[in-house]
Design a protein around this ligand. Structure first.
Ligand SMILES: C[S@@+](CC[C@H](N)C(=O)[O-])C[C@H]1O[C@@H](n2cnc3c(N)ncnc32)[C@H](O)[C@@H]1O
Length: 347
């Protein structure tokens, strides 16, 4: 599948889709065939599943981690999936699986789940293009409070979101527009949210050399239940080569668990695609040594699960300081708040 997000060869602009209940066979395919991701999760599960009770949050249509946990000797596995159609596909898969007697599959979200016993291991691949975007923090925090035993192991163990300065217009020198394959997903996001709005953007296959500043973590997520859902981080990025800046590229570095190799969604070939947040309507020329001060805020949206992001930035060059900002909400309502979204969505 050449058009698979993260698997082509040229940069493609997509709406961020992972934070909405619109997973379909195409999106599951890209995850179920993501060798790097799956090897890391499998290796982490192999170390901890034996003889334990495992909770798989968001098992998806392929029941990936529930089956894997059972194969590695889990005593009992509880798997929950929010999307009805995905749950039905998973139920069909389960009916054929040799391990079916040890797996209980439930339709619904983890927030409504009740378990007969607290699980000792939790596997939840609810990590977004911005690590927290799919509601992983809220889901894991709720699970620690109600569904997991004290000291339960969570897979993945941790994830950071890294930021660097880029110029999107330079990355798409032939013209900026959504990939054709992305358009049906854009419409589905708008249908789900009830209106068009300045949807979060992702760039598949970005050239890592597009990043022209130093990089820094704007989120460092631990999944031990102790982390506040809302946080603010200040970082200073130093421009490392002359060029224009119009926004931030954000990508994840994920640690599945003890000893597994971290996955980096900018440098590795994986199904996670970096996100782009616009800061400046007109690109600002910067030189090596200039600085971009960034305040990155994660604020839970009114659904109580999925974060909105607010970024303020100051780019200081020899010509002075230019302020920029970005608001990236999970479900709107604002439309056309910046030149990029006006170009993409209004024309
Ligand atoms: C990124 S996919 C991962 C699918 C599968 N676990 C895998 O790793 O291949 C996330 C899945 O979790 C489901 N999901 C998201 N949040 C959930 C929640 N709180 N409870 C149950 N399912 C959830 C989505 O519908 C989707 O199927």
């Amino acid at each position: 599948m050449d058009t698979d997000p993260g698997r082509g060869i040229r940069p493609d602009l997509w709406p961020s889709v992972g934070e909405y209940p619109l997973y379909d066979p195409f999106l599951y395919y890209s995850m179920t065939h993501d060798v790097l991701r799956n090897d890391a999760f499998r290796a982490a599960l192999r170390q901890v599943a034996g003889g334990r009770t495992v909770l798989d949050i968001g098992t998806g249509q392929d029941l990936n981690w529930a089956l894997e946990a059972a194969r590695h000797g889990a005593r009992a596995v509880h798997a929950v999936e929010a999307i009805e159609r995905s749950h039905a596909m998973a139920a069909k898969r389960l009916a054929q699986a040799p391990q079916r007697d040890r797996i209980e599959l439930v339709h619904g979200t983890s927030f409504g789940l009740h378990l007969p016993e607290r699980a000792e291991v939790c596997v939840a691949e609810l990590v977004g293009s911005i690590a927290s975007a799919e509601g992983m923090l809220a889901a894991v925090s709720d699970a620690h409070a109600r569904l997991l035993a004290p000291g339960a192991v969570v897979i993945p163990a941790a994830c950071r979101t890294i930021a660097g300065a880029v110029c999107l217009r330079d990355m798409f020198a032939d013209g900026l527009g959504f990939s054709r394959d992305a358009l049906p997903y854009l419409q589905k996001v708008f249908d789900l949210c009830g209106r068009p709005f300045d949807v979060r953007l992702t760039v598949s296959n970005p050239d890592p050399a597009s990043v022209l500043s130093s990089t820094a973590a704007v989120e460092t997520l631990r999944f031990d239940g102790s982390q506040p859902l809302d946080e603010k981080t200040d970082q200073r990025l130093t421009i490392e080569r002359d060029g224009a800046v119009d926004g931030l590229l954000l990508w994840i570095v994920l640690d599945a668990g003890d000893g597994t190799r971290p996955i980096d969604s900018l440098h590795d070939r994986t199904s996670w695609t970096p996100a782009y947040l616009p800061l400046y309507d007109t690109p600002v020329e910067a030189r090596a040594g200039d600085v971009l001060d960034v305040t990155f805020e994660r604020r839970t949206s009114d659904d109580g699960v999925h974060p909105d992001y607010l970024v303020n930035a100051s780019l200081t060059t020899s010509a002075g300081t230019v302020e920029g900002s970005s608001v990236s909400t999970h479900h709107g309502p604002d439309l056309g708040t910046n030149a990029l979204h006006r170009h993409l969505l209004i024309g």
